[in-house]
Design a protein around this ligand. Structure first.
Ligand code: SF4
Length: 515
C-alpha cells in the first residue's frame, strides 16, 4: 500500500462553521467572545464528523459546493477532500498543494457578533477576547501542520466573510495567497488548477454569479441544507451584492442533493433560499405551482423525515397568504408543531426602508412596510411558524424618530411568536466602502441601547420558554444537557439584563435623549 502524504487539495473551515451543532439552533454561539465561551465549551457545542484521514462526513454547504465544482472540473475524489479542521495534521502532508479555507466572520466583526458583544455589555459583562469563530479561524492559519508545509502550499480563502480580510488589509499578515470574493464555483477550479500546474495565482479574484446549469450538485452531505434558489434581486444596499442575480435551482438538482444528504444520514432537510416563496418565480410574485411541487417532491423523497425552510420575506408572504397556509399544512405545522423561519424586518421606519431597502416591500409601497411586517408575522404565527427577525440599527442618518418606530414595533410584536434581534450596522454591501458612513456599535446612542436591551430581554424570555424545542433534534442525552444549559444561560441572562440595563433604563436610557 502506498504511503498517504496528504490530499492534494484540502478544503476546510473553522470548527464552528463546519460543525453539525448536534442538529440544534446553537450555531449562534460561535459569535460569543471567548471570555464567556471558552474553547472547552466549543469542543462540546460544535462537534465535527469525519473519518480517520479527516475527510468530513457532513459539512458546510459552501465547502460542499466548491468540492463539487472541483470534481465536475476533472479533479479526482482522491485528490480533493473537505477536511475536519480538528484533523488537519492527518490530511495535510508533503503532497498537499492547496489549502482552501471558507470564512464567515474571521475577525469577529459581523452583525451578529457585534450584537452579542453589546448584549453582554448590557448584562454587565465587559469582554476583551475575540469571538470563538475568529479564534477557530485563526487556529487554522496558525496550525503547526500548515506552518510545516507552508512553502509547498498555496492558501486560498473564500466565503461570505472575506470582505473583513480585504477591508482590514490583513491578507498578507494571515499568509493568504489568493482571496476569492463572490461565488466560487466557476473561478475556484481555475485557480486550483493553476496552482497544480505551478502557475502564479492572482492575490484577489472576484467570482461572478454562476449560471444555473453550471451550479454543481454536492457530493458530500451538507448537514441537510439544500439550496433551492440563489440570489434575491431586491437589492438592499447593505446586502451582499452577489445576491443581486436571482436564480431558481431545478427540482431535479434539488432532489439529487436531498438524496446525497439522506445517503449520509441527514434525514432532516432545510431548503435554503433568501425567500422560499419565490421559488420558480420570474418576478416578485410567488409561483404557487412551483413552490408546492418543490415541497411535495422533497417531502416524498425516500428517507426524508422532516423538511424546514430557512428564509421568507414579509412582502412575498402577504402577497399570497393562501400559499403560506398551503405549505404550512403540507409541513403539518401548528402551534404544537411549529417551525422556525428567518425574516429581515430591517427597520420599522418607512423613511429608512426607502433609503436602504426600497425593493424589500415590493409589490407594496415602502410606506406600508410596518403594517406588512406585522401582518406577515401574524399570518406566519397563525400557520405554525416562529419567526427569527432582524432589524438593522445605528444606520447613518438614522434619527430618534426612526428608532422610536423600531421600539414601537417591538412593543406591538411582544405577544407574537417572534424573536427580534437589532443588529448594529456594519458598513457592508454597497455601503461597504462609504467612509463617511463608518460607524461601529461603540457609537450606539442611548435610545438604540434601550431598543437592544428591550428586544434581547424579550428574545431571551422566549428562548428560555422554547429551550427544549431548540435542541429537540440533538441526540438523546446531549439533548437534555444542551436544553438545561440553554435554560440556565437564559435565566442568568434575563436576571443580568434586568439588573444592569432595564432597572436603570430611566437613568441610562432617558427617553428624552437625543441623537
Ligand atoms: S431582501 Fe434580503 S436577501 Fe434580498 S437584498 Fe434585501 S437583505 Fe438581501
Amino acid at each position: 500500500m502506498t504511503k498517504f502524504n496528504g490530499f492534494k487539495i484540502v478544503l476546510t473551515g473553522d470548527e464552528s462553521l463546519v460543525s453539525t451543532y448536534h442538529h440544534t439552533y446553537l450555531g449562534f454561539a460561535s459569535g460569543l467572545p471567548m471570555d464567556v465561551f471558552p474553547s472547552i465549551l466549543g469542543n462540546f457545542i460544535f462537534p465535527t464528523l469525519s473519518d480517520e484521514r479527516g475527510r468530513m462526513k457532513t459539512s458546510q454547504y459552501g465547502l460542499c459546493k466548491i468540492e463539487a465544482a472541483l470534481l465536475d472540473n476533472g479533479f479526482s475524489r482522491d485528490d480533493v477532500a473537505i477536511v475536519d479542521p480538528r484533523k488537519l495534521d492527518r490530511a495535510i502532508g508533503s503532497e498537499t498543494r492547496v489549502l482552501g479555507i471558507s470564512v464567515l466572520d474571521p475577525l469577529g466583526i459581523n452583525y451578529g457578533t457585534a450584537l452579542l458583544r453589546v448584549a453582554l455589555s448590557l448584562m454587565g459583562v465587559e469582554t476583551r477576547l475575540q469571538s470563538y469563530m475568529s479564534w477557530a479561524t485563526m487556529k487554522i492559519f496558525n496550525s503547526d501542520v500548515v506552518k510545516r508545509y507552508r512553502s509547498r502550499i498555496k492558501v486560498v480563502v473564500g466565503g461570505q466573510g472575506v470582505w473583513e480580510i480585504v477591508d482590514s488589509g490583513l491578507q498578507q499578515r494571515l499568509g493568504i495567497d489568493c482571496i476569492v470574493e463572490g461565488e466560487g464555483e466557476l473561478i475556484a477550479p481555475r485557480i486550483f488548477r493553476m496552482v497544480l500546474d505551478g502557475m502564479k495565482i492572482p492575490r484577489y479574484v472576484k467570482g461572478s454569479p454562476v449560471p444555473v446549469d453550471k451550479i454543481p450538485v454536492i457530493r458530500t452531505p451538507s448537514r441537510g441544507i439544500v439550496e433551492v434558489t440563489r440570489g434575491c434581486g431586491r437589492g438592499c444596499l447593505f446586502c451582499n451584492p452577489t445576491l443581486l442575480m436571482f436564480r431558481t435551482i431545478p427540482i431535479e438538482k434539488v432532489v439529487r442533493e436531498v438524496m446525497v444528504n439522506v445517503a449520509g444520514g441527514e434525514r432532516n432537510i432545510t431548503l435554503h433560499s433568501e425567500d422560499f416563496l419565490r421559488y420558480g418565480s420570474t418576478s416578485l410574485l410567488p409561483n404557487e405551482e412551483k413552490v408546492v411541487e418543490l415541497l411535495s417532491r422533497v417531502m416524498k423523497a425516500p428517507g426524508v423525515d422532516d423538511v424546514s425552510i430557512d428564509f421568507v420575506t414579509a412582502s412575498t408572504a402577504l402577497v399570497n397568504p393562501r400559499l403560506v397556509k398551503i405549505i404550512s399544512d403540507m409541513l403539518g405545522l401548528s402551534d404544537r408543531n411549529m417551525s422556525i423561519i428567518q425574516m429581515g424586518i430591517e427597520s420599522a421606519s418607512p423613511r429608512i426602508i426607502k433609503m436602504i431597502a426600497p425593493g424589500k416591500p415590493k409589490p407594496f409601497s415602502y410606506e406600508e412596510w410596518p403594517r406588512i411586517v406585522e401582518d406577515a408575522v401574524a399570518l406566519l404565527n397563525e400557520c405554525g411558524w416562529w419567526i427569527c427577525a432582524t432589524i438593522i440599527i445605528n444606520l447613518p442618518q438614522e434619527t430618534v424618530e426612526d428608532i422610536e418606530m423600531n421600539i414601537k414595533l417591538l412593543e406591538r410584536l411582544e405577544h407574537y411568536n417572534v424573536f427580534i434581534f437589532p443588529l448594529p450596522f456594519i458598513p457592508s454591501g454597497s455601503l461597504r466602502k462609504s467612509k463617511d458612513m463608518m460607524k461601529t456599535h461603540k457609537d450606539l446612542n442611548t435610545r438604540n441601547l434601550e431598543l437592544i436591551a428591550l428586544s434581547i430581554y424579550d428574545a431571551i424570555k422566549k428562548i428560555k420558554s422554547l429551550s427544549k424545542h431548540l435542541v429537540a433534534k440533538a441526540p438523546i442525552g446531549v439533548k437534555q444537557f444542551l436544553g438545561a444549559l440553554l435554560y440556565v444561560a437564559s435565566a442568568i441572562g434575563l436576571k443580568r439584563i434586568q439588573r444592569f440595563a432595564l432597572d436603570n433604563i430611566a437613568t441610562y436610557f432617558p427617553r428624552s435623549a437625543t441623537h
